[in-house]
Ligand binder design. Structure first.
Ligand code: HEM
Length: 459
């Protein structure tokens, strides 16, 4: 990506100093992007306090953002507000070489072959959870799936000890970490406010709890089938003298994986249900029919192969994620200037020092990329349409390129397990319209929505 003579993107003027900040952090990032895009197109810059944020919208201007190496498009500067949450010695607190090795550990722990060990745990947790529902009732998906996925995440990622011995305490501590991440924390992660004190205390306590579990496993040689075990077994190859991972690092990596995977998955499980059930005639009926056919072939059993065959459900999930991606803004810091070329061939020069933003939410609603973007239409991902494949980086619900989501297989398998168990055992009806996204949290989920469930009668 060579730097040409292009001009810098147009600046979205007229946002007062504080107004810009408020609009950006709290109010409606979607509105800001809508205004900017309508006025200027695929690339524009918004001054926010003493920084410049350049928005790149749509697949044409996206490739450099996603593909460039870290020394050109860096995450450290924009994501380092996570450091007090994850703790010292991991991810955005370490230099590139160490981080690369730690990301190798993530990749190892989440690679496809490892999924075989997680799937039976997804199935067990989902079956147990829904066995406790009555014959009929009214639930809020967001709340239910958050409860369930707390349990699955504990078992598959944090390990059996946490799941069986101290789930409640760990859940409360993780909640304190969540609550310690406020909009203000993005700019001022160390501000001395009660939410941050609580966060720091919770982080220390988690370190104690995990420290005890890690020491016990290492001392006894006892092994488990979970992500924790992968991190305990991890060793550096080219840095830190080839030593094994330490307790501080393992704790931090577990927290990082939870932050990446827990709310994102539970929210996507909710949107999948809400969108699918609201679309009565089509995607919902098709997903039920798919389950019926699969059961007639494989019986009740759910394993990797059976889950892999659920193409209708897969597309229903992807389409929910297209319409409601939980991460609104993906950010990078331009360590080098670069050129972004728009769909009309115009070249913009993005200067060094800009914060650069891509937005799954906004990009996924561009009608030139996804036809009738406001319509829930999972078939858009099926051949021959495959609208996401026309241009790379059209669908960015899982990001893409160099730092694309490492947990997407894990997420699909978990969400499919949950929806497969539900579609087989219950019928659903929305009692409220499909809710609006709640833009007030870091991970964007649906506002409250009452859903009626009815357990299917055994034939
Ligand atoms: C990265 C979305 C589930 C682990 C990402 C990114 C997105 C994303 C958009 C890219 C961030 C960026 O470019 O700045 C999602 C969604 C999920 C999900 C929508 C659920 C539906 C998970 C799960 C895990 C996970 C379950 C782990 C168990 C990661 C990790 C990264 C990542 C480790 C960082 C990759 C890197 O920076 O190189 N995810 N994610 N994610 N995700 Fe996910």
């Amino acid at each position: 990506n060579t730097v040409g003579n292009g001009e810098t993107p147009p600046v979205f003027e007229g946002l007062p100093f504080i107004g810009g900040l408020l609009k950006f952090t709290r109010d409606k990032p979607m509105k800001l992007m809508q205004d900017g895009y309508t006025k200027f197109g695929e690339a524009f810059t918004v001054p926010v306090v003493n920084k410049r944020i350049t928005f790149l919208i749509g697949p044409d201007v996206a490739p450099h953002f996603f593909k460039a190496p870290d020394d050109e498009m860096s995450q450290t500067e924009v994501y380092s507000f996570n450091v007090p949450t994850f703790g010292p010695g991991v991810v955005y607190d370490v230099d590139q070489k160490v981080r690369t090795e730690q990301f190798r550990w993530f990749t190892e722990a989440l690679k496809k072959e490892r999924m075989k060990m997680y799937v039976p745990q997804f199935v067990m947790e989902a079956e147990q959870y829904f066995a406790n529902w009555g014959d009929e009732g009214v639930v809020d998906f967001k709340e239910e799936f958050s409860n369930l996925i707390t349990k699955t995440a504990a078992r598959t990622l944090l390990g059996r000890e946490v799941r069986e011995q101290c789930l409640e305490e760990v859940t409360d501590l993780l909640h304190d970490l969540d609550e310690g991440m406020l909009p203000v924390s993005v700019m001022f992660p160390y501000l001395p406010i009660p939410a941050h004190f609580k966060r720091d205390k919770a982080r220390k306590r988690l370190r104690d709890i995990f420290g005890r579990i890690i020491r016990a496993r290492r001392a006894s040689g006892h092994r488990e089938e979970d992500c924790l075990q992968q991190f305990i077994d991890a060793r550096y190859q080219k840095v830190n003298g080839g030593r094994e991972s330490n307790e501080e690092e393992i704790t931090g990596l577990l927290i990082a994986v939870l932050f990446a995977g827990q709310h994102t998955s539970s929210i996507t499980t909710s949107w999948t249900g809400l969108r699918m059930v609201a679309d009565k005639g089509n995607s919902y009926a098709k997903a039920k029919e798919e389950q019926r056919q699969i059961m007639s072939k494989h019986g009740q059993d759910l394993d990797m192969e059976v889950l892999g065959s659920m193409e209708v459900l897969h597309r229903n999930i992807t389409e929910a994620l297209r319409m409601n991606p939980p991460l609104v803004l993906l950010l990078r810091y331009a360590k080098q200037p670069f050129t972004a070329t728009t769909s009309t061939g115009k070249q913009y020069l993005i200067p060094k020092g800009d914060v650069v933003a891509a937005s799954p939410n906004f990009s996924h609603l561009l009608p030139q990329v996804f036809s009738e973007p406001d319509r829930y239409d999972p078939e858009r991902f099926a051949p021959p349409r495959e609208e996401d494949k026309v241009k790379p980086f059209s669908f960015i619900g899982f990001g893409g390129g160099r730092h694309g989501c490492l947990g997407s297989n894990f997420a699909y398998l978990q969400i499919k397990t949950i929806w497969s168990v539900l579609l087989r055992n219950f019928d659903f009806e929305l009692l409220d319209p499909v809710p609006e996204p709640d833009y007030n949290s870091m991970v964007i989920g649906p506002k409250k929505c009452r859903v009626k469930y009815m357990r299917k009668k055994l034939a």
